[in-house]
Design a protein. Structure first.
Length: 291
């Protein structure tokens, strides 16, 4: 990988690892926003950043014409997952949320098998799926049994991860020649419009902290707008498949930032589950060279 490729890889890893920290601060019930408002604001900011790129690429209209695929993508990638993650992070740590999202490659592999990908049954990929699920069981089981985290919130994040894994596969198969930036620009616009009524209805009556405002701005500008531009720039260099390996770096950033900045605990479930989920996701997403 070139020096520019490595820079983008690390940059995307950070930009997609830090949103769990931003979300945790932004949805603070005492001095932050509701999860729905956070989703609306971050997607409005993200769309404002991505739309000019989509127009410059002359890909905005193809994405709009593919609305019957982009709308379900928005539902499974943003409308559903981002409200679930935001709601969950009012009760669980940002690091745990990031760790659970690391299971995306495992779910994606399972969906790929359902769509006819026979390489899923290759020994190393099956090993990855099994190890990954053992890791998830360790996290969910230990966190729930010890009372460290709310099991319903953990389930919400896992549902979000499942939505992520299917959404990308679905839209890539349906619109293979449409720019990812354009697809996400339109999806973010749809999401922002969807949550706009909730933004008016749920606008906080309490004073909003500077930290919550900064977190929403960081979430929208860095983790929703710039991050997507950086990822697709990276994908143009090393391909989408290799670019998706940034998932493992995201998780490391999410856990470390939560511990350092928010003073979140490294629980037994996280310590046992983290390596298993990362190892499982790595092997589950590895296709044989001949495939």
């Amino acid at each position: 990988m070139s020096r520019r490729g490595w820079f983008l890889f690390i940059l995307v890893g950070f930009l997609w690892g830090v949103p769990y920290l931003f979300i945790k601060i932004a949805v603070d019930p005492e001095n932050g926003f509701s999860p729905a408002i956070v989703v609306c604001l971050r997607t409005a900011i993200g769309a404002a950043i991505l739309l000019p790129f989509a127009i410059k690429q002359k890909q905005l209209m193809p994405a709009i014409r593919g609305i019957k695929y982009v709308a379900p993508y928005a539902l499974l990638e943003m409308i559903g997952p981002w409200i679930l993650i935001g709601t969950a992070e009012q009760k669980i740590s940002s690091g745990l949320a990031g760790l659970l999202i690391a299971s995306v490659p495992i779910w994606a592999t399972i969906f790929a098998s359902m769509r006819g990908d026979k390489t899923v049954w290759q020994r190393k990929r099956l090993f990855g799926i099994v190890i990954g699920f053992i890791g998830l069981i360790a996290i969910v089981g230990l966190e729930s049994i010890t009372g460290s985290s709310d099991p319903i919130s953990i389930l919400m994040v896992l549902v979000a991860a499942i939505g992520y894994s299917y959404a990308v596969m679905m839209v890539q198969g349906a619109l293979p020649h449409v720019s990812g930036i354009a697809i996400n620009a339109v999806a973010m616009t749809i999401t922002a419009i969807f949550y706009l009524p909730w933004t008016f209805l749920q606008w906080p009556k309490h004073e909003i902290s500077d930290e919550a405002i900064s977190a929403v701005l960081g979430l929208g500008i860095l983790s929703t707008g710039i991050a997507f531009v950086a990822f697709f720039s990276l994908a143009a260099i090393i391909g989408v498949a290799r670019g998706s390996l940034v998932t493992y770096l995201n998780t490391a950033f999410a856990v470390v930032l939560g511990v350092i900045i928010l003073d979140e605990p490294l629980t037994t479930g996280m310590l046992l589950g983290l390596p298993l989920v990362l190892i499982g996701s790595y092997f589950a997403s590895r296709k044989p060279v001949s495939a």
